[in-house]
Design a protein around this ligand. Structure first.
Ligand SMILES: *Cc1c(COP(=O)(O)O)cnc(C)c1O
Length: 377
């Protein structure tokens, strides 16, 4: 089965884990710090804070930027549900914003502008599929309305500029992302004081770590905020350091496979649209395509599965989920809904090769033509 996503793990990761176990120091040690520095270097920023997940990181970013009860945060609906859940975690209200277009499924500036109220305090941008929103236009928008800008860069690890569009950026190292620590994430921030606050809130609001105290650099600690336990451990950081070294080559491979998909799909499936036709910086995290309107997507997915190809959908719109529908009724986002109705995610990961892309495209062409015959009959 060709999977939509697959982690690349091997002997180096095993050896890195064994080394941590042999060392005997498994939490909050040198490897977490080394990983934070190395990840920051990859992203071209001075520093980062490693966390237990991107969800934890997004929660910390909102908290560190002072977003709380009474505040509204503009969020896309075409994203993973964590993007909106964390807004509720800090007691603020998510306000759903449409995408630019089904062929450009990034947050719409015009719709965001239409949804700004006196209570709006922040915008949560998502680098959907790894493609970066227009930094200049969003910075100008945030500045004009006095808003904080937070970037959910869960899809965009390894791309220069990702995570740096606004005040804070958050990356995910979950098992299906471009690099993995099994569970894990990292936060970057433009203002070092904000990153300090993220760091403090990650560990219970404590002012020193157990390592600093053991090494004699500090004798006690104070607590300056009711923080969380959102730490990364040494085992994950050790895997992260190995994965990080391979990330640039993997992202290049993803880019090449995406280019090949675009060429092959244009040839074999001309009525399928591929979003992000214009060049744009990207980590090529997933391969979303748009089926022709009216095509029975579950039947296409079944047909592909029978040919050994897994597919998925990114994403069911958040405003259609039971919790959000009941709490925020009447939300209508026509472009997001059209996108979500037609979207199908094809396999994309660095273990694939050109022959795998051909296999997927042939299976997709077959599924579409048999459905067309079915409709004609
Ligand atoms: C994966 C993902 C997250 C959550 O990441 P975790 O590390 O699993 O918490 C958040 N936002 C988006 C867009 C994601 O794809």
């Amino acid at each position: 089965m060709l999977l939509v996503a697959e982690p690349s793990l091997g002997e180096e990761e095993k050896a890195a884990l064994a080394a941590v176990i042999d060392a005997g120091w498994i939490t909050m040690g040198d490897r977490v710090r080394a990983f934070e520095k190395a990840f920051a270097e990859t992203q071209g920023v001075p520093d980062s804070v490693a966390v237990s997940s991107a969800t934890a990181g997004l929660h910390l970013a909102l908290a560190a930027l002072g977003i709380g009860p009474g505040d509204e945060v503009l969020v896309p609906s075409a994203t993973f549900v964590a993007t909106a859940n964390v807004v509720l975690h800090v007691g603020a209200t998510p306000v759903f914003v449409d995408v630019e277009d089904p062929a450009l499924p990034l947050m719409s500036l015009d719709d965001a502008a239409a949804k700004v109220t006196g209570r709006t305090r922040a915008v949560m941008l998502v680098d959907y599929a790894g493609y970066l929103p227009d930094a200049g236009r969003w910075r100008a928008f945030a500045h004009a309305h006095g808003l904080r800008l937070i970037e959910d860069a869960a899809h965009a690890a390894g791309v220069r500029g990702a995570g740096t569009i606004g005040d804070a950026g958050v990356f995910s190292f979950y098992g299906n992302k471009n690099m993995t620590t099994a569970e894990g994430g990292a936060v970057v921030a433009r203002d070092p004081a904000v990153l300090d606050r993220v760091h403090n809130l990650r560990g219970h609001g404590m002012t020193t770590s157990v390592q600093q105290r053991l090494s004699g650099h500090a004798s006690g600690y104070d607590v300056i905020a009711p923080g969380f336990n959102y730490r990364m451990d040494e085992l994950r950081a050790a895997i992260g350091l190995v994965q990080l070294a391979k990330l640039p080559a993997w992202n290049e491979k993803r880019k090449d496979l995406t280019g090949l998909y675009r060429t092959r799909l244009a040839d074999a499936c001309p009525d399928i649209a591929v979003p992000f036709a214009e060049p744009r910086a990207s980590a090529h995290h997933i391969m979303p395509v748009l089926l022709p309107d009216g095509v029975d997507r579950p039947r296409v997915a079944d047909s592909l599965r029978a040919d050994g190809v897994q597919t998925s959908v990114h994403y069911a719109p958040l405003h259609h989920f039971t919790y959000y529908r009941e709490r925020f009724p009447g939300v209508s986002l026509p472009r997001t809904e059209a996108f979500a109705r037609r979207e199908l995610t094809l396999p994309l990961h660095p273990k694939m090769d050109a022959a795998d892309v051909d296999t997927v495209v042939r299976a997709l062409a077959r599924a579409l033509s048999s459905q067309r015959e079915g409709i004609a009959a």
